[in-house]
Design a protein around this ligand. Structure first.
Ligand code: B30
Ligand code: ZN
Length: 259
């Protein structure tokens, strides 16, 4: 289907709230994560990632028109506990946000700095049984985000995915890629992170997300990012960027966990 929203022009982010009222809410994402405005939290235990190192049977890559999404077919669904989360959150999908050039593209900013790319690992709270039921609750989803910095060398862990992109240049196209563990999309050290309550960064912008952004970064080369920008959107135009502008914090507490 063709959605009623995009990242540019008449259906761009400034207009989302006309059709999707939550996009005009008071707890929207992304935000600028400024360390000097955060509270330190020493009570959150480290994350525990279950089955994140297991090889899936297969991975499906899909061009969803506004991003590229990966789903993992595996016997044991990965899930996350700890990290200040109330209970287990099951992995659903991961996807990427990127920018027109390497100065921009991450949705969250860290200390007012934007990064060229950000990956979102989307999870739903197990006790709500399904993703569609989970988004009816303020703590229904947990999204784990990591930003990328530019490396001179290609990141070999991204090679299989990026090769697959050539087969999904058009919306709704799907391809199966060689299995790799979900842990490839987490920084090596996940002990440091930022935490706040926010929303989906795309319509319907539901305010149901416990956000985590890790302080450590992943790596991607400039040549590798270019592949994302080649994907086509529903209008047949290159998806040059898919980062929502920063949203007001409105007195929300932002927590920081350091090692
Ligand atoms: S994000 O991580 O805040 N960018 C959804 C999940 C996470 C984020 C944004 C949206 C989500 O579940 N959206 C509704 C379902 N989508 C399915 C999808 O896979 O991606 C349907 C849709 O638009 O129509 Cu996009
Ligand atoms: Zn996202």
């Amino acid at each position: 289907h063709v959605p009623e929203w995009s990242y540019e022009g008449e259906n761009g982010p400034d207009h989302w709230s006309m059709i999707y009222p939550s996009c005009g809410g008071q707890s929207q994402s992304p935000i600028d994560l400024k360390e000097n405005e955060m509270q330190q939290d020493d009570t959150m235990e480290p994350f525990v990632f279950h089955h994140y190192n297991e090889l899936p049977d297969s991975i499906t890559v899909e061009n969803v028109g506004h991003s590229v999404k990966l789903t993992f077919q595996m016997t044991n669904t990965p899930y996350v506990t700890g990290g200040g989360l109330a209970s287990a959150y099951k992995f659903m999908q991961l996807h990427f946000h990127w920018g027109i050039d390497d100065n921009d593209g991450s949705e969250h900013h860290i200390n007012s700095h934007s990064y060229p790319c950000e990956v979102h690992l989307v999870h739903f709270r197990e006790r709500y049984e399904t993703p569609s039921k989970a988004i009816l609750y303020g703590d229904g989803l947990a999204v784990l985000g990591s930003v990328f910095t530019i490396s001179k060398e290609d990141n070999p862990q991204l090679a299989g995915l990026l090769a697959g992109l050539l087969n999904v240049l058009k919306p709704n196209e799907q391809v199966t890629i060689s299995p790799m563990p979900l842990s490839y999309f987490l920084p090596y050290d996940t002990l440091g992170f930022y935490r706040y309550k926010g929303s989906l960064t795309t319509p319907p912008c539901s305010e149901v997300v416990i956000w985590t952004v890790f302080s450590n970064k992943l790596k991607i080369s400039d040549e590798q990012i270019r592949w994302f920008r080649e994907l086509e959107d529903f209008e047949g135009k290159a998806m040059q960027h898919n980062d929502r502008p920063l949203q007001p914090i409105n007195n929300r507490p932002i927590m920081m966990v350091t090692t």
